[in-house]
Design a protein around this ligand. Structure first.
Ligand code: NAD
Ligand code: IPM
Ligand code: MN
Length: 342
């Protein structure tokens, strides 16, 4: 049976992941779970180890990960998040970060005009390159003459494959977002790869926006978007924006995937939320909907739909956590979702 590695991580990661696993168990699919609870900020502080090579190999073998969040306020080094989440994304070559934003309930939209509210789009974020490449360094660190360089890397392979993926899942249109009016070389490459993909897909509408205009348009006219494809940093930022437009960061799901190898890491878009940890305030919906994306990719389409419908039903009945206007705790909201799974 399908083996799923579960990495709860830090902060509210364990709280929301517990609910996602319980919902999956409720479905009775016979999924096997391998918990890797040692991977967290505490161990990194004690030993300097973010993720061992052995852990990475076990993850590689399983090929499916359900992830909570990384981020421990006591950890200041960027090597921790790089060594856990970014390491899995790059070493498993999970080049697509698929982040759908679908308005789950009318009441959740921050936009007043009804016709501007119905967001149903996905951010397809390049997940292995860009400013996250790790190439760069510092000169004269700690002095007033310090120079810091982080290279923004775009490759033909990396850009063309993620744009092609975006076209492959689009229902109506693909909007490529870059900053090619200011960022020259990478901008040119993104433009070239996008024009090539556009030629291959005359059946779909193609458009382009600079990232600043895309942020503005998402607020003024979110329903006009179907699939947005963009680089690692712009995708990180725009997917928090689309999450909020669709009802809040607590509901946003994501799939880090390699559509060629089939490997996948599924995680809510939010982080470890240290401000609400241990208070029962963490919304488990993003983690549950990430588990639904995992089920969809593993062929359990009906079960994935059932989870999404269950989350929607609990929202309609106000059976949810305070961030969405409810009064339930994390555990109660998870139980409500399980009860609603038909
Ligand atoms: P965050 O996403 O953790 O929190 C932002 C805000 O949203 C907070 O006010 C938080 O309380 C709220 N929130 C987040 N998830 C929620 C949920 N499920 N239910 C209700 N409210 C929720 O972002 P941050 O505060 O910028 O970062 C905190 C830590 O998490 C940092 O260490 C950061 O690096 C890390 N982080 C990790 C990931 C990840 O693992 N994928 C993503 C983002 C941030
Ligand atoms: C995300 C997070 C990560 C990112 C951080 C924790 C490195 O913000 O998954 O969106 O920037 O990719
Ligand atoms: Mn982010």
């Amino acid at each position: 049976m399908q083996n799923i590695v579960v990495i709860p991580g830090d902060g509210i990661g364990p709280e929301v992941t517990e609910e996602a696993v319980k919902v999956l168990q409720e479905l009775g699919l016979g999924l096997e779970f391998t918990f890797m609870e040692d991977i967290n900020g505490g161990r990194f502080l004690e030993s300097g180890v973010a993720m061992t090579d052995d852990e990475l190999e076990r993850i590689r073998t399983a090929g499916t990960v359900l992830f909570g969040a990384v981020g421990d306020p006591r950890v200041t080094s960027t090597e921790y998040a790089r060594g856990v989440l970014l390491r899995m994304r790059t070493e498993l070559d999970l080049f697509v970060n698929y982040r759908p934003a679908v308005l789950l309930d009318e009441r959740l939209s921050p936009l007043r005009t009804e016709s501007k509210r119905a967001i149903d789009c996905a951010v397809v974020r390049e997940n292995t390159e860009g400013l996250y490449s790790g190439i760069g360094g510092t000169l004269r660190a700690g002095t007033t003459d310090e120079v810091a360089i982080d290279q923004d890397v775009s490759t033909y392979l990396g850009v063309s494959r993620v744009i092609e993926y975006a076209y492959s899942i689009a229902r109506r249109s693909v909007c490529m977002v870059d900053k090619s009016n200011a960022v020259r070389s990478g901008g040119r490459l993104w433009q070239r790869c996008w024009r090539e993909a556009r030629e291959r897909h005359p059946d779909l509408d193609s458009s382009h926006l600079y990232v600043d205009a895309a942020a503005m348009r998402l607020v003024t006219d979110a329903p006009s978007f179907d699939v947005i494809v963009t680089n690692n940093s712009y995708g990180d930022i725009l997917s928090d924006l689309t999450a909020e437009l669709a009802g809040g960061l607590g509901t946003a799901a994501s799939a880090n995937i390699n559509p060629v190898t089939g490997a996948g890491l599924y995680e809510p878009v939010h982080g470890s939320a240290p401000d609400i940890v241990g208070k029962g305030l963490a919304n488990p919906a993003g983690a549950v909907l990430s588990a639904a994306l995992m089920l969809r990719d593993r062929g359990f389409t009906a079960e994935a739909d059932a989870l999404r419908d269950a989350v929607r039903a609990t929202l309609a009945a106000r059976r949810c956590t305070p961030d969405l206007g409810g009064t339930l705790t994390t555990g109660e909201a998870g139980a409500a979702i399980r009860a609603a799974v038909s």
